[in-house]
Design a protein around this ligand. Structure first.
Ligand SMILES: Cc1cc2nc3c(=O)[nH]c(=O)nc-3n(C[C@H](O)[C@H](O)[C@H](O)COP(=O)(O)OP(=O)(O)OC[C@H]3O[C@@H](n4cnc5c(N)ncnc54)[C@H](O)[C@@H]3O)c2cc1C
Length: 662
């Protein structure tokens, strides 16, 4: 009887709540206008959000139509963040307003506070069953809105964002959970490592799922990022051929006329993209990631003709990247891989020391997916799946005492390589204005003594060198924006040759170099690499030097803790090494039995990451994981057993190569 009364009370509460309040996730707006979706605060707020990323020019309204649960007066709250607050006490530049049925609510939001919070926008009266909403950007300087909450009570949702997961779905009506059929291998992360892993396993006949949180496949492989590392020094020559295919490169083509290069430059080689006609050429407009063509769309809108060779090159690179991504997707799907894009994996369930499922959220719709599997491979770069599962991990630099590494510091610290964003500016007939440094006091303040006369960034524009690039991805990106805007404010206004330039493109998703590293049965170190230590399970070959980055001292002096200009080991007295073989035991977790660890979160020290982290090497690591997954599948066993019981089979696979590969 008592149970029945409680149940009735709960039902009444739920019913009355759904009439009293509702939530609109901005990322599911019908038309995003000039706003872009951003998932970099997911680890803080459990959601993606819309960003008014206009490089100082207010972006077009995002609009949508919503169903209103019942007529009446509603209080309106926006989930937003005054993003410059970590550095600047005054009003921030992320100003926006909300429009409801054509009426703009008077409160300007996004300019105060110092964390993600629900800001009160005002009150509205709904008379009909639907309402039109618009987000109105006021500055073009990265205002952001995660969700809009309408409530008949004057009460905002909890400030404890991570506790809101279930409520968000109830308030938006997205309560359905999509249960995907169980896979032999679930790969999380669609960078070079994840794509190579998934494709290899699928070509061996495994039932494979690949999940990525971006609209394109390739992860870090974006503008200006090539596929470094070479295959011709491989211990197992057949490794790397599938990685070439994934990257859109024919492994055998080496003629001078080809648009790629394959050199022996002090032992370091590289292969550029666009190397051969990919197996499939997918019309660019059919690919998923419309935001890759932002730059081109903006140019068309402005009616300008593209004549600058540098700009043509930039656009060409965008097309190539988009086509490569579409090509990858087609290769994977043709091999039978179930590919899920725009899905953030954020929860893990375990049975004992094995992962049984990972749970992902669709970043556009908020829908939940459950992916069950026998084996999992964390190729997220951030080691997120391992982290959520309680896998042992490392972050930052190990002390010298850890592995006797000559370049390690005496004490461990949080220093690491950071993240970069690509940006460029071109001369324009209508170049517009950009604020002077004093007009944007929240940006880095550059002056005649210290600024960079440049039309684009390079790899050495890099920030987040002491931050957690996984959990603080938004902060790292925001710091980078402060640097780009601050430098441009000086260059555009005070360097005459740049007066006619316009800041046309600034990426908004950071390209990360280093986050968590998940620990395996071997943690490869600089000492192993320098000694070219021979391991019985030596598998894929690294041909890149010890390439770690450091903050430039003069940049540190001006922006301590928030550095954004770096240099690499070439300028340091660090020993070089060009060829060594990486053991298989770096490719699985030492304490989560069914978890492979691929790509830049594999089991290495900070120093060794500097050499394994290039794309060709990591792609080959993915191939080895795919082979090991096949062996596990054949024997009903788990990653460690491939070393302890089936190493000869792995060697056979590496020797004969992957079926159906170029
Ligand atoms: C600016 C820059 C320039 C570089 N230049 C070069 C170069 O010229 N040549 C070269 O060879 N290498 C270069 N590198 C290094 C190289 O690009 C990377 O080390 C490599 O691409 C990493 O591949 P990955 O697959 O391990 O990870 P990533 O490329 O980081 O891919 C991981 C993927 O997982 C996704 N993901 C993360 N978390 C989740 C989650 N929870 N749920 C779902 N998906 C998730 C990410 O969005 C991403 O798509 C460069 C790196 C940077 C940052």
């Amino acid at each position: 009887m008592k149970k029945a009364i409680i149940l009735i009370t709960l039902c009444l509460t739920a019913a009355s709540c759904s009439e009293r309040c509702f939530l609109v996730e901005t990322e599911s707006f019908d038309d995003k206008g000039g706003w872009v979706a951003d998932h970099q605060a997911f680890e803080k707020i459990g959601s993606s959000y819309l960003l008014a990323h206009g490089a100082g020019v207010p972006v077009e309204d995002a609009t949508t139509t919503v169903n209103v649960p019942g007529p009446g007066k509603y209080h309106v709250y926006a989930s937003t963040y005054n993003w410059t607050s970590p550095w600047y006490d005054g009003k921030g530049p992320g100003a926006f307003q909300i429009e409801v049925d054509g009426n703009t609510l008077p409160t300007v939001l996004g300019t105060t506070g110092n964390c993600w919070e629900w800001q009160y926008a005002g009150c509205v009266e709904f008379r009909s069953e639907t309402a039109k909403l618009a987000l109105k950007d006021l500055k073009g300087f990265d205002g952001r809105v995660d969700a809009i909450f309408f409530s008949k009570r004057e009460k905002a949702p909890s400030a404890d964002y991570m506790s809101l997961d279930g409520k968000r779905r109830k308030w938006t009506g997205k309560t359905e959970i999509k249960n995907e059929p169980k896979a032999d291998l679930v790969v999380i992360g669609g960078g070079i490592a994840g794509c190579s892993t998934a494709l290899t396993a699928a070509r061996y006949g495994l039932n494979v799922v690949l999940i990525d949180n971006q609209p394109w496949l390739g992860g870090n492989a974006q503008l200006g990022v090539t596929l470094d590392g070479v295959g011709w020094m491989n211990l197992y020559p057949k490794l790397g051929r599938l990685t070439c295919e994934v990257a859109g490169i024919h492994p055998d083509r080496k003629d001078d006329k080809a648009t790629y290069w394959y050199t022996d430059y002090n032992g370091i080689g590289g292969i550029g993209y666009n190397a051969y006609e990919p197996k499939y050429t997918v019309p660019v407009q059919d690919a998923r990631s419309s935001d890759l063509l932002d730059a081109e769309r903006r140019l068309k809108d402005s009616g300008e003709e593209i004549t600058d060779a540098r700009e043509l090159e930039m656009l060409k690179q965008e097309y190539i990247r988009k086509n490569t991504s579409a090509n990858r997707e087609k290769l994977l799907r043709d091999a039978g891989v179930r590919v899920f894009q725009n899905i953030q994996v954020y929860k893990v369930e375990k049975e004992g020391t094995k992962i049984s499922k990972v749970i992902g959220k669709d970043l556009n719709t908020g829908e939940l997916y459950v992916f069950r599997g026998t084996l999992f491979s964390d190729c997220t770069g951030d080691g997120t799946v391992g982290y959520l599962a309680g896998a042992d991990f490392a972050i930052g630099r190990e002390a010298k005492s850890f592995a006797n590494e000559p370049s390690a510091p005496d004490e461990p610290d949080q220093k690491k390589m950071g993240a970069s964003l690509f940006w460029y500016a071109f001369p324009r007939t209508e170049p517009g204005v950009f604020p002077k440094p004093e007009e944007i006091p929240w940006a880095m303040q550059l002056d005649a003594d210290y600024h960079f006369k440049r039309w684009r960034s390079e790899w050495w524009w890099e920030t987040g060198l002491e931050l957690d690039n996984a959990q603080e991805a938004e902060l790292v990106r925001d710091n980078f924006l402060r640097a780009v805007y601050g430098n441009w404010a000086y260059v555009k206004n005070f360097v005459p040759e740049y007066a006619d330039y316009r800041l046309d493109y600034v990426q908004h998703i950071g390209m990360k170099r280093e986050s968590r590293r998940l620990l395996g049965d071997i943690i490869l170190s600089e000492s192993d690499v320098l000694a070219k230590k021979e391991f019985p399970d030596a598998s894929f070959t690294s041909t890149w030097t010890m390439d770690v980055h450091f903050a430039r001292p003069e940049n540190s002096a001006r922006f301590p803790g928030w550095e954004w200009i770096t240099y690499c080991t070439n300028e340091e007295p660090i020993a070089r090494v060009f060829k060594y073989d990486i053991p298989y035991r770096c490719l699985y977790s030492r304490n989560i039995d069914n978890l492979f660890v691929g790509g830049r979160c594999m089991s290495v020290t900070h120093m060794a990451l500097g050499t394994v982290r290039v794309q060709f090497t990591l792609g080959m690591g993915g191939e080895v994981i795919g082979m090991a997954a096949k062996i596990c599948h054949d024997h009903g066993s788990f990653p460690r057993s491939v070393y302890t019981d089936h190493l000869d089979e792995l060697k056979d696979c590496m020797t004969t190569g992957i079926p159906g590969t170029l």
